[in-house]
Design a protein around this ligand. Structure first.
Ligand SMILES: [Mg+2]
Ligand SMILES: [Zn+2]
Length: 273
């Protein structure tokens, strides 16, 4: 019944412990050019410009990969990702980082193949051997969301995912994030879904300040140990609940039961904090 579960994870400071852009900037000596250009370019273009800087300094794509392989990823997150995948959950990353950084890090930790999709800013290595980052949304046909940066509205990504799943295949969504840009997708979640904000980070504050706007059940976390434990529990509880639903549906259809088993109507018994 874990096949009924879709887990969507933000990447920076959620799946990994640091911010991948910040990691490359600080560990590859880009702090000065970053501060010089910070106010002149939107984030997405600025990161692409920083990669031009690295290329001019003679740094290769492989040098960037080696730097990214040092990014810490908590062992419990590796474990829970592998378990969720093995149980049949669908896992996706939705991130404002970029395809090269995310793939490099997840492959390094051996969990890239656990994800069915990485939805993020695309990258290419051009004919000069320089890594380029492009916006996720086509700038010629911008998204209409006022809350998100022009290159990526995570809310519209969630809507696309939701509309691509037929009613009979409907999945229970678990969204995990920390940033302000994780609030837009949070608002797209439905009752029966879950949002897991990182405690005392912007998403957590947005939810706290707008509790009536959020339909999903909220489970906060403050470290990766806790995040992995809650994810495990949610997967178990949702699986059990879906099994009961299925069994109840089967009994109602084929055995003409007049009443569903009592447990089918019990609320989810989830431990949060
Ligand atoms: Mg983040
Ligand atoms: Zn948005």
């Amino acid at each position: 019944m874990a096949g009924k579960i879709l887990i969507i994870l933000d990447f920076d400071r959620t799946l990994i412990e640091d911010d991948s852009d910040r990691w490359v900037l600080t560990n590859m000596g880009l702090t000065n050019p970053f501060y010089q250009l910070q106010s002149t370019l939107p984030w997405n273009s600025l990161m692409d410009r920083m990669l031009e800087e690295l290329h001019l300094q003679g740094k290769t794509v492989n040098d960037i990969a080696v730097c990214l392989q040092q990014v810490p990823l908590h062992t419990r997150m590796i474990e829970v990702t592998k378990t969720a995948h093995a149980l049949g959950c669908d896992l996706k990353v939705v991130s404002d980082s970029n395809a090269f950084y995310i793939r490099t890090i997840l492959e390094h930790y051996g969990i890239y193949n656990c994800f069915s999709e990485i939805i993020t800013n695309p990258t290419v290595v051009d004919d000069r051997g320089r890594l380029r980052i492009f916006p996720y949304h086509d700038m010629a046909s911008p998204h209409s969301c006022d809350h998100c940066p022009p290159n990526l509205c995570k809310g519209s990504v969630i809507e696309q995912i939701q509309s691509s799943i037929s009613e009979s295949q409907r999945k229970r969504l678990i969204y995990v994030g920390d940033g302000r840009n994780d609030f837009c997708p949070t608002l797209k979640l439905e009752a029966g879904d879950f949002v897991m904000p990182r405690m005392n980070f912007p998403l957590f504050d947005c939810i706290l300040n707008n509790p009536t706007l959020v339909k999903a059940k909220v489970h906060k976390w403050s470290n990766w140990e806790e995040l992995a434990t809650i994810l495990h529990e949610l997967i178990n509880n949702i699986s059990n609940e879906e099994e009961i639903k299925c069994l109840t549906g089967y009994q109602l259809n084929s055995l003409e039961c007049k009443e569903a088993p009592e447990s089918a109507n019990e609320p989810l018994n989830v431990v949060t904090d």
